[in-house]
Design a protein around this ligand. Structure first.
Ligand code: PMP
Length: 364
């Protein structure tokens, strides 16, 4: 006998982009204990492309359409560390555009493979060149946009729709999911969209909310916030992906951000690994950076504080990097047994003890 379906409403969606947003917020038990207040994680890996950047892909394309900057059958171009590219590649499929992405040889190979799997054309550029070098991924995207007719370069660093997408969606979610109790919002800063858009929304709701931008060692953003100077001597290469910049994107709204905290590659990698093991939430590299910033601030929190850490993406995007002990050793983040042992025999014995430790207690 068929059940009466007249009361049921269909719940399917028209396309994948409609699954973006409304990501869960989950209590982080270990970090709440360490910080002495409620610490929550906003899990942006629940978006279809496993990152917060899914929130901007469709918005930037539709804004360009409204302004007449792209016509049917055109090509969308973007420079990306991977996550924005994924979001734009999905949106291009739904909208019927071609997609060309420039990225750098620093991006995890998983991320580049994901872009290709979605049918995007990917141009991998060198990471170790200045932003204005003709070979940089910014310059290459600009060149492609000049050369290809009916193309549009998204330029997430200066395209204000990026910030607005987070103002419209991430901000309201943070406010409502904490029942208006949020006192600190902490997020990594790349283009600045995530921290600025959601941060501005939250401050409009309650100006006492503190917005903390997390930056990478080797980036110019923190010093610019403190002094208004773009100090090129601050620039050096680093491993964190999507965090920090060697330019000042106009999408970083410096007035919205109360404070910047700079963190290092090594601590960020270990923080991500620790959280994944202790809470069962498989987080990406930049999430480790936010945790490291929280740990540096932990003595400042009061018991009534409600701190939200925005976890930008999913750990599966970094299996070949921070979740790979070989890569960690290559970076010097994990010392090799050989570094400690004077002879081969002692090396073997130490390896045995070390492996037993890992088996019993997991990686540090
Ligand atoms: N983390 C990761 C993994 C990212 O891909 C990005 C985007 N560059 C960020 C953090 C920073 O986000 P936003 O560009 O909105 O500042």
């Amino acid at each position: 006998m068929t059940q009466d379906s007249s009361e049921l409403k269909p719940q399917w969606l028209d396309n994948i982009m409609q699954t973006v947003g409304n990501t869960p917020m989950v209590k982080l038990h270990g970090l709440s204990k360490l910080a002495g207040c409620l610490v929550l994680g906003k899990l942006e890996s629940f978006n279809p492309g496993l990152s917060a950047k899914d929130r901007i892909g469709l918005a930037v394309i539709e804004a360009a359409e409204k302004k007449g900057l792209i016509q049917p059958g055109g090509t969308i171009i973007e420079s990306t560390s991977g996550n924005t590219g994924y979001s734009i590649a999905m949106a291009c499929i739904v909208k019927g555009y071609k997609c060309i992405l420039t990225t750098t040889d620093k991006s995890a190979e998983e991320k580049i493979a994901q872009l290709k799997a979605l049918g995007a054309e990917v141009l991998v550029c060198p990471n170790h060149v200045p932003s204005d070098d003709p070979l940089s991924y910014y310059s290459q995207a600009e060149r492609l946009a000049r050369e290809i007719p009916n193309s549009f370069y998204v330029n997430q660093y200066y395209n204000h729709t990026n910030v607005e997408a987070h103002y419209q969606s991430t901000g309201p979610e943070l406010w409502s999911q904490t029942g208006g109790q949020i006192t600190y919002y902490m997020a990594t800063v790349g283009t600045g969209g995530t921290v600025s858009g959601a941060g501005r929304y939250l401050k409009e709701k309650n100006p006492d909310i503190k917005v903390i931008g997390v930056d990478a060692e080797g980036s110019v953003l923190t010093k610019f916030h403190q002094t208004g100077i773009l100090d090129k001597s601050e620039i050096h290469s680093y491993q964190l992906e999507g965090v920090g910049k060697n330019i000042i994107p106009s999408n970083v709204e410096f007035d919205t951000i109360d404070r910047f905290i700079k963190v290092d590659d090594r601590s960020s990698a270990f923080r991500a690994r620790q959280l994944t093991k202790s809470e069962g939430i498989f987080v990406g590299y930049s999430s480790g950076a936010v945790i490291e910033a929280l740990m540096r601030m932990r003595r400042e929190f009061k018991p009534h504080d409600v701190v939200v850490l925005l976890f930008s993406d999913h750990g599966s995007k970094y299996l070949s990097k921070i979740y790979n002990n070989g890569w960690m050793q290559k970076q010097g983040f994990i010392r090799k047994i050989a570094d400690y042992a004077p002879s081969y025999q002692i090396q073997r014995r130490l390896e045995h003890v070390f492996n037993k430790y890992i088996k019993n207690y997991g990686n540090i």
